[in-house]
Design a protein around this ligand. Sequence first.
Ligand code: NDP
Length: 622
Amino acid sequence: MTDDLNAVAEKTGMELDFDPNKLRDKYRDERDRRVRQDGNQQYQDISGKFAHFIDDPYVEPGFTREPLFDEVEVLVIGGGFGGLLAGARLREAGVKSLRIIEKGGDFGGTWYWNRYPGAQCDVEAYVYLPLLEEMNYIPKERYSHAPEIMAHTQAIGRKYDLYDDALFQTEVTGMEWDEADEKWIITTTHGDRMKARFVAMSNGPLNRPKLPAVAGIEDFKGHTFHTSRWDYDYTGGNNEGNLTGLKDKRVAIIGTGATAIQCISFLGESSKELLVFQRTPSSVDVRKNAPTDPEWVKKLRPGWHQKRVENFNVMMSGGQSSSASKPKPQKKEEPENEVDDGWTDIFRSMSETESKRPELVLSGKEKGLLNELSDQKKMQEIRDRAAAIVDDPDTAEALKAYYRQACKRPTFHDEYLQTYNLPNVTLVDTLGQGVDRITEKGILFNGKEYEVDCIIFATGFEVGTNYTNKSGYDIVGRNKVTLSDKWADGLKTFHGFFSNGFPNCFFIGMTQTGLTANMTHMLNEQAQHVAHIIDQAKQDNVSVLEATEEAETEWVDEIMRLAKLGESFYAACTPGYYNNEGQPGGGGNGFLSGQYGRGPVEFFKILKQWREDGKMQGLKTS
Ligand code: NDP
């Protein structure tokens, strides 16, 4: 059995209108011309002379308050969905003394910062927005826009009394374990020095914007900002567009990731001229947003939300195996696909081919190749969509994504591609290389200077740096060991929550956990787990709990072992933050490399069983 995709297509009766082996070669060539030696170093940390890029545009500057020197039982760092869900679940578990510290001026996290025009959730709102039944809330449309999502975060804050003791516009500067007192001491930018028995850290995986490290950014004399700090004072308008401030402006946007895909149509319709600087095209599939159908709502029965969330997870995890280059297990009876959208469609199309001929016996390798073929077919559909929508053939060709779908965040939009048919919009395809430099007047690429009034950086967020760098502070655990030292060679956790030497400290987010495309599902499962442990600790009169070295080693070994399954997949991917900019490894710094390789369905089962077992296995307590 060779790696011949044609042979598997023939064997399975899959009909293709392209040569899959040639397409695979094309994917490799496209990848090869994008791989760079400098990996994550190609990005500029936003600090020093660039610090203004991360100023909060949504609050009045100069906020001050008296420092706090008090004590709480549980301190949660981060007021996005992770921190809010932790807060909600802890309140449900009866925790009264609870404080959330948040850098922004309100709750919302991602949705506080990312207010750019068109910002909306990419995963269906009926599964993405958490606590819908608890909040008695139904989203207004299938894919909610950012203001509605932020309002939902604020409503959660009010319902669970999380505003009472919250500290906004406050950044943690350090955390140190006080051995004698068996508590954490937390310091902040407002001079606070407070204590907490437990700390739950939910800093967010994409919380620090980044800029490309191209020369000249500081030379540019026009206006610039990052998409996560949208400057509506300059552009005018709001999340719904109407960016009247741009009507006489030549605007450039750098980057064509998930953020850019959502805001470019608004820039196109409002700017005098728009130049889109692309390095790698995104895959842009159908969006099909719609207002919520009241008849559908009437049919919902108690428990519908969790059921739908879990169904989405199961549907997505049918394809989880594809991310790990593992064959998808044949299922006799597929559960109904409740969400049935662009995400689940990807995985459904993969399994459909398999189920068409159930009598066929395929080896593990053949199943892997069939998976690759299904992926190629799906991506071909997406490329054909670009060709059908975009009038200019060269522009259409440049907008076609040549890589496997899971290599980059899939996107969904019904106006993005059409924008390139507007006479004032130009795609500047940098052929995988990126812009050369910024000048006083604009952007230089391939010897040509593009003069603009404004440059918008849609260049994403820090991922490849270490955990404490992204958090913005270090943690000093037992025996003065810092977390940055302990995790210097990669994350070391038990179940993603605990790290030996750092007692009573929980990590919520993407630390060796079961990752799902529906992030709030993962955060909710984690929040429930944390609340359960703190509740049990209280009931058992346990004041200190900590992962044992053995449990941690076992979990890290499992993570690394399973990560190897996905390594060949990501090694063949076009570079990006999913695969550590083309330098994937089993360590911890890539977005996906350090996560639990069997996927979220299995991971949530592990957590549930652990809780039901009730023995606090893997933790030492005192
Ligand atoms: P990304 O990191 O996905 O995209 C950054 C973009 O900048 C890429 O297109 C990248 O190109 C480009 N780029 C970087 N350096 C250069 C350069 N020197 N010259 C030209 N282009 C350059 O960031 P986003 O903010 O778009 O998205 C981040 C993540 O946030 C998403 O992946 C998703 O997880 C999440 N998100 C979710 C949304 C939702 O759920 N609704 C909406 C938006 C974002 P290249 O691809 O070649 O690296």
